[in-house]
Design a protein around this ligand. Structure first.
Ligand SMILES: Nc1nc2c(ncn2[C@@H]2O[C@H](COP(=O)(O)OP(=O)(O)OP(=O)(O)O)[C@@H](O)[C@H]2O)c(=O)[nH]1
Ligand SMILES: [Mg+2]
Length: 297
């Protein structure tokens, strides 16, 4: 007996910043594999989230990407380039727009790009939980002119419409072998996810421009004998004044972030975690190619 033939496909999840791409990836994978926040440009790396649908003998590899935006520096340019590079290796695209805000030039630019690439495209109109019926219909009507394969209104946070997204994606997935084991959820290393979880806690607390200036480097993850994981990480900022904000008055900010991140990390490792978090100034790292190289962008 041979196995029934399988389908597998790489699907780039693409859209403007903050439309809910990473929330959708987590919802479809059924686990938190990427971080989310209300700050635009939360995602900085293309991370793959894996969804295996046993009944359909299908594996979907969702590539979460940074929001496409007008770049302001070397980092921004690299982020956009990552998105387009991932389209080049994908079998299909899940194009995310949001219902509460009208389709704008940013969305249209992405739509044009997707047409040029020529992949099958499913459009998700996200956040329908916070948009009126009229707005949703108007959005579907306008997006419909792009003439993509399907349009699905969803709410990633309320888990509405996700089954239909999966059905649509399965229907455009080509035959092929699985690339990941059936239980895999992501291709991200524990080290990267650790840094991301710490960064997420800062994104959710800090205002204005500071989130963009912040990066987290994980220096070491050491599993000690017994039940303890020791994590040493450094929060990088671009200027001395930002370092003060990241540490907070009397160290309150860095302590609170550490406490909150530790909870996530203990879930991730399934062990007690000791987190040693420091802050360091790395002047203008977002504009320095050698820094971006070292940080893996
Ligand atoms: N009300 C509502 N909010 C949502 C929904 N999906 C996502 N959000 C919120 O939208 C914000 C952005 O979500 P993300 O998933 O980080 O967005 P993203 O597109 O990955 O953003 P970037 O990584 O910056 O490009 C978060 O505050 C989410 O909680 C939804 O269906 N309804
Ligand atoms: Mg994201």
């Amino acid at each position: 007996m041979t196995d029934p033939s399988t389908r597998s496909g790489f699907i780039t999840v693409v859209g403007r910043p903050n439309v809910g791409k990473s929330t959708i990836v987590n919802a479809l994978v059924g686990e938190k594999v990427v971080i989310t926040s209300s700050r635009p440009q939360t995602t900085r790396n293309t991370v793959r989230g894996v969804v295996t649908i046993e009944d359909a003998h299908t594996q979907l590899v969702l590539i979460d990407t940074p929001g496409v935006h007008k770049p302001r520096n070397a980092l921004g340019e690299r982020l956009n380039a990552q998105v387009y590079a991932s389209l080049a290796e994908a079998d299909a695209a899940l194009f995310v727009i949001e219902a509460p805000n009208k389709i704008g030039p940013g969305d249209r630019l992405i739509a044009e790009r997707l047409k040029d690439v020529g992949l099958p495209v499913i459009v998700a109109v996200n956040k329908v939980d916070v948009a009126g019926r009229e707005a949703i219909l108007a959005q579907l009507g306008e997006a419909g002119e792009w003439d993509f394969a399907a349009y699905v209104p969803i709410s990633a946070t309320k888990r509405d419409g996700l089954d239909r997204i999966v059905d649509e994606l399965v229907s455009i997935t080509p035959e092929g072998p699985f690339f990941f084991g059936p239980d895999a959820t992501s291709d991200q290393s524990e080290e990267l996810l650790t840094g991301e979880l710490i960064r997420e806690k800062y994104l959710r607390r800090l205002r204005e421009e500071l989130p963009h200036s912040l990066a987290v480097l994980v220096d070491e993850i050491e599993v000690t004998d017994g039940d303890l994981v020791r994590v040493t990480a450094t929060v990088l900022v671009e200027r001395e004044s930002q370092k003060g904000m990241v540490i907070g008055k009397g160290g309150v900010m860095i302590r609170d972030v550490g406490t909150e991140a530790r909870r996530d990390l203990e879930r991730l490792f399934g062990k007690k975690v000791f987190l040693d978090l420091r802050a360091r100034v790395e002047r203008d790292w977002q504009r320095r190619d050698e820094m971006l190289d070292r940080m893996g962008f």
